[in-house]
Ligand binder design. Sequence first.
Ligand code: NAD
Ligand code: MG
Length: 376
Amino acid sequence: MVKTLCILGATGSIGVQALDVARLRGYKITALTANGRIDILENQIREFSPAYAAVANEEKARELKIKVADTSVKVLSGKEGVKECAAMGADAVLNGIVGIAGLEPTLAAIDAGSTLALANKESLVTGGKLVTDRAAAKGVAILPVDSEHSAVFQSLQGCRDKKQVKKLILTASGGPFFGKKKDELKDITPEQALAHPNWSMGAKITIDSATMMNKGLEIIEAAWLFDMAPEKIDVLVHRQSIVHSLVEYEDNSVIAQLGVPDMRIPIQYALTYPDRFESPAAELDLAACASLTFEKPDNDTFRCMDYCRQALSKGGLYPAAVNAANEKANLLFRQGKIGFTDIQESVGRALEMNLPTGEYTLEDVLETDRAVREER
Ligand code: NAD
Ligand code: MG
C-alpha cells in the first residue's frame, strides 16, 4: 500500500490533480519537483511539507530557495536534483513531467524500487525497452496514469492469459479539428489548437491531441505497457471521452472502462491498485449523455498516428526520433514560428533518417533526441 509519494512535475496539470488525490488519501509527500512556476510549488511545499523539492531550472531553484527559507524543505536544482528526488525510494513515484525530460527520472525511480505511476508517456515512447526491461529486472510495477491505458489496464483485470486478448481499442476524442480536411488545417492558430473540447491539460499534450500525435504516442505506450503487437492496437474516435478504452477478447466480448473525463480517477487507481476508494471525481450520469459515438480516425488528414505506428514497427531509435521531432515542432508551433500542418510533416521526416533498429542504450536515445532537435 502506498504511504509515501514523490510527485515529479508537481506544478503541471497531472501534478496538481495528483496532489488532490494525495490530499484526499492522506499520503505523505516526500518530494515535489517542477521546472518553473515556483509560486505554485511554494504553496505546495507549504501545504504538504515535503522533505525535498527540486527545480530543473537552476535560476528558478535559487529563487525558490529564498522563498521557502523559513521552511524545513531542502531545495535541489537542475536535472540531477529532479533525478535525486525520483531516486529517494518513496513507496510510489508519480511521474507527471512532460516530454523526454521524464525518461531519466523514470529510470531513477525504477532503480530505487519505487512503484511507478506513469503519466509521462514519452518515457515509454523514447525508451520503452530500457524502461520495461529495467522494471522487470527490479520487480517494479509500472501503473498507467494515462486515461486510455488505465482503462485498458482495468479492462484486463481478471484476464488470466494475454493470448485471449484479440485487441486493445484506444479511444481518442479527435481533438478540436476532427472532421476538418487538410486544407482547412493550414491556418489554425495556437489559440484554436489549445482549446480542447473535453480535457483541460498542459499545452504540449493539448497540441498533441489536436494533431493526433497524442494517440500515436499512446499506441507506442500501449505496446510497451501491455506487451502487445502494434497490429493488435486499434484506435476509435469517441468524441465524448466517456469510454476511456476497451479490450476485445477471443470470444468477441468487449470490456471497457467508463467515467467522466477527470484524470483524478486514473491517477488514484494507479496509486491504490488493486483497491478502489471514493474519488474526488464526479459520478458518471449515463442517462444525461445524449449519445456515445464511435468513428474511424481520419489518417489521411491527421498523419501523426500512422507515423508513430511506422516508428514502432521499425523499432530501435525510431520512436525516440519521431518523439523528438514532435516535441520540437509542437513548441515551434506554440511559439507561432511554424504552421499546424508543419508539425506532422516534421514528424514524418524523422522516419526518413537512418537509425539503428536493434538494442539501444540511454545515451543512444538522448543522442538521437539531440540530433533530431538540432537538425530542425
Ligand atoms: P504540464 O505542462 O501541465 O506539466 C508538466 C510538468 O513537468 C510541470 O510541473 C513542469 O514544471 C514539469 N517540467 C517541464 N519540463 C521539465 C523538465 N525539463 N524537467 C523537469 N520537469 C519539467 O503537463 P501535463 O499536461 O501535466 O502532462 C504531463 C505528462 O502527463 C505528459 O507526458 C502528458 O502526456 C501526460 N498526460 C497528461 C494528461 C493530462 O490530463 N494533463 C493526461 C494523460 C497523460
Ligand atoms: Mg491519454
